[in-house]
Design a protein around this ligand. Sequence first.
Ligand SMILES: [Zn+2]
Length: 230
Amino acid sequence: MLEQLKREVWKANLNLVKRHLVILTFGNASGIDRKTGLVVIKPSGVPYHLLKPNQMSIVDLSGKLVEKKYKPSMDTPTHLALYRAWPEIGGVCHTHSRYAVAFSQAGLPIPCLGTTQGDHFYGAIPVTRMLTKAEVKTDYEKNTGKAILKHFDRINPLDLPGILVMKHGPFTWGKDAMDAVSHSLLLEEIAKTALATILLNPKTAGLPKYILDAHFRRKHGDQARYGQKH
Ligand SMILES: [Zn+2]
């Protein structure tokens, strides 16, 4: 069932290791088949070097396990909250990459300091609020999803394809699982560069809005000019 999507999501998960975004069993990537509303995600606790495409878990949008083989990642309810809210996304990814986690643990958003960020993220990468004791005790992962969604009332999720969860780490998304992984890689690079910039000049100013607009809009939306026509 969903063999092609399983392969895609498996490959996306292996890419997390290849790109040095995860160690041990940290992190997970998923993809959705919008026709059936089924989500393929990394199984819980299976080391990446042993992971096979047919071990990927399939759940529906309510979290029900569709194939009774492998238990899905514990973060599945967070992925599902994003898929339910945003029909435009096709993949979600979560890592514990070092520099993004450093910003999460410091409770700081990643300010938009230059065009590397502006090309891919339309502004600062936000950090969620701290979850309450009650929210962690019951439906922790689902409440993490709710805390993420709160930041996107007036923002298109594909204009800002990632967020930092307070004291935890980054979640990213994209048009499919591999795109979500690419955004995790970009987010990590941006976090690392932002930290270096702030160390060099703690008073550095943010990227002016007119440059942010110019950079983001040449790659995204109706006016995009980037890449080849064919
Ligand atoms: Zn985590």
